[in-house]
Design a protein around this ligand. Structure first.
Ligand code: ZN
Length: 244
């Protein structure tokens, strides 16, 4: 979700959205994260009950949970068809796969770092990261300067633990350059599901399926994967949908 929030800043159109879809053969099954152009973010994993030992670096074994598979980056710019970028997962560590996506699919030299800080009961207390991209025509000197700097800074999770702000993290990498902050935008977790949206989902099932929900199940419960909200549709509600 942190990556989706950062990537959404490249969306110019007001109603645009970006979806990161990771599908792997690991125990977590898959990950979906969606952000609109105002960095309203939501997300879910297919199987949230995954327990793996920490990896050799003492961190959450994200790669082990994800397994091998692919990453889809879907940009819905409000046009007829969304733009879909696809790459195979190269590591299952999300930051590396996002980097690979940018380099391979968008041909933009990129460095991505992501970190999550959890407390003793494994509740997420903060999450952050950075995506650093070269402008077209960046010179070799700049590239090696950034590469050197990146290799010296601590992992993002450590920076978050120390309470470092995004500005401070940028400074750690680029302090010697002339850094200008040109924009800031807040982000938040927000699910835009609604009863109307669920009605539309049910209607896509088709008349026959809805009739069998009425006759066999005497109603239907629609469940939002993102926020877990439940919407109940009675026989009457379903009948109205069938009749349109
Ligand atoms: Zn929802």
């Amino acid at each position: 979700m942190t990556a989706a929030a950062m990537m959404s800043t490249s969306l110019k159109e007001e109603k645009a959205a970006i979806t990161l879809q990771i599908k792997g053969d690991g125990p977590i099954g898959g990950i979906v994260a969606v952000s609109d152009s105002s960095a309203n973010i939501k997300g879910y994993v297919h199987n949230p009950l995954v327990y793996l030992p920490l990896n050799s670096k003492g961190k959450y074994d994200v790669a082990g949970a994800v397994g091998s598979g692919y990453l889809n980056v879907i940009k819905d710019l409000g046009l007829k068809e969304p733009y879909v970028g696809y790459v195979d997962l190269i590591s299952g560590e999300i930051a590396e796969d996002i980097t690979y996506y940018y380099v391979y699919s968008e041909q933009i030299p990129t460095v991505t770092a992501l970190g999550v800080l959890t407390n003793a009961t494994q509740i997420v207390v903060s999450s952050g990261g950075f995506i650093l991209q070269l402008m077209p025509g960046a010179d070799e000197e700049t590239i090696s300067f950034i590469e050197n700097k990146i290799s010296t800074i601590p992992p993002v999770s450590e920076l978050l633990a120390k309470g470092r702000s995004p500005e401070e993290i940028i400074d750690m990498i680029l302090a010697e350059k002339d850094v200008k902050i040109i924009d800031k935008s807040p982000c938040r977790y927000f699910c835009n599901c609604s009863r109307e949206r669920m009605e539309r989902n049910i209607m896509t099932l088709g008349k026959e399926e809805i009739m069998s929900m009425i006759n066999e199940d005497h109603g239907a419960e629609a469940h939002c994967h993102f926020c877990n909200r439940k919407y109940w549709f009675s026989e009457e509600d379903l009948l109205k949908l069938v009749k349109g």
